[in-house]
Write a protein that binds this ligand. Structure first.
Ligand code: SAH
Ligand code: SF4
Length: 341
């Protein structure tokens, strides 16, 4: 397959230039366009000669993705629909606040985990994203909104089921794009084999675990058995990552009315988080037209207070993005592109 220019490192650029009879300093120029300025289209690398621009264009996918739709919410959250080189679609979200700029990136086209409340997994997995495609999300976002302060892999897909390409992406972001690992968060639904590989990277990335339930019975109502692991195994793997990465982790908890929002759930969750030195992030459910509903505000507040009483730390995700397309995968799902299997 044709390589993605966005995933090339300096060494590969040097080899390419030498193999194609261009002087080595040209590799440094391409490197600077790509890794300092996030320019992936060779035609926009202004100080390169035309024959090199054309050679790069021919030998690499550069760029391979394009923005086909932008949905902007009143609070300036932008959700970009990106069309990939094979016509598939993914989303990325640009989230500005007063203090910082965050990008939420996708890791797969669709998702095989199929959580019952999530639009991304509704049609299963179409394919994994390559590192080049994930890095293009980063570059496209940067060209549009400036360099982000934080990156979260919380878009479409379960990144740890696409570990090899995700690991290349993470390493390139740190080593080539000089992005701090402490400002990158990988979110997982608790895919334990992938979590163990993530721990083995031993870099200071952040981890978010989408727990959604403090016990296996409640969890079974939300996540199909195929890729679901026991809560105890997930937390043991998360602890391993916390030690390897020297970072505390976050437990993501999507609050769904009548399923996981009782005071009993809150107390159990708080105790687990406290025991594991983890922070809790509550995400009031964004309705996606299925069987589940968001709890009333009083229920959410009581849940949060019951957690605080256990001594655990808890935050609540503030409402960002337009209601119709706020949750991951909703914009793509609403397009019904016909490509998602
Ligand atoms: N697959 C990974 C990362 C992508 S999902 C994971 O599951 O962690 C990122 C987060 O969005 C998860 O915590 C997920 O539970 C949450 N989410 C998905 N659909 C949602 C919805 N409709 N409302 C609220 N949160 C949702
Ligand atoms: Fe996949 Fe995460 Fe959605 Fe579950 S919540 S279906 S793991 S993207």
């Amino acid at each position: 397959m044709t390589p993605f220019l966005a995933a090339a490192d300096l060494q590969e650029l040097k080899t390419y230039c030498l193999d194609h009879n261009f002087p080595a300093f040209r590799a440094s120029q391409i490197d600077s366009w790509l890794h300092t300025h996030c320019v992936i289209d060779p035609q926009n690398m202004k100080n390169l000669p035309n024959d090199l621009k054309n050679a790069l264009q021919q030998d690499f996918l550069a760029p391979a993705s394009r923005i086909t739709e932008i949905s902007t919410s009143p609070d300036q959250v932008e959700k970009l629909l990106l069309e990939l080189h094979d016509g598939e679609c993914i989303e990325m979200v640009i989230i500005p606040t007063e203090k910082r700029l965050t990008f939420c990136l996708s890791t797969q086209v669709g998702c095989p985990v199929g959580c019952r409340f999530c639009a991304s997994g509704r049609n299963g997995l179409t394919r994994n994203l390559t590192a080049g495609e994930m890095l293009e999300e980063f570059c496209i976002g940067t060209l549009r909104a400036g360099r982000p302060d934080n990156l979260v892999f919380m878009g479409i897909g379960e990144g740890l089921l696409n570990f090899e390409q995700l690991a290349i992406t993470l390493n390139r972001l740190v080593d080539e794009f000089t992005f701090s690992p402490r400002r990158i968060t990988v979110s997982t639904s608790g895919y334990v084999p992938g979590m163990k590989k993530f721990a083995a990277m031993k870099r200071e990335f952040n981890l978010a675990v989408s727990l959604h339930a403090p016990d296996d019975n409640t969890r079974a109502k939300l996540i199909p058995a195929k890729l679901r692991y026991p809560v105890a195994e997930i937390l043991a793997a998360a602890d391993e990552i916390a030690i390897a990465n020297n970072r505390q982790y976050t437990l993501e908890y999507t609050l769904i009315h009548g399923i996981n929002d009782s005071i009993d759930h809150a107390v159990k969750l708080g105790k687990l988080a406290f025991a594991h030195h983890a922070k809790i992030n509550l995400i009031p459910y964004n309705e996606t037209g299925g069987e589940f509903h968001r709890p009333p505000l009083t229920v959410i507040e009581n849940f949060e207070n019951a957690i605080l009483d256990t001594g655990a730390r808890v935050t609540r995700r503030t409402e960002r993005g337009s209601s119709k397309t706020a949750a991951c995968g909703q914009l793509r799902a609403s397009k019904n592109t016909g490509n998602n299997r």
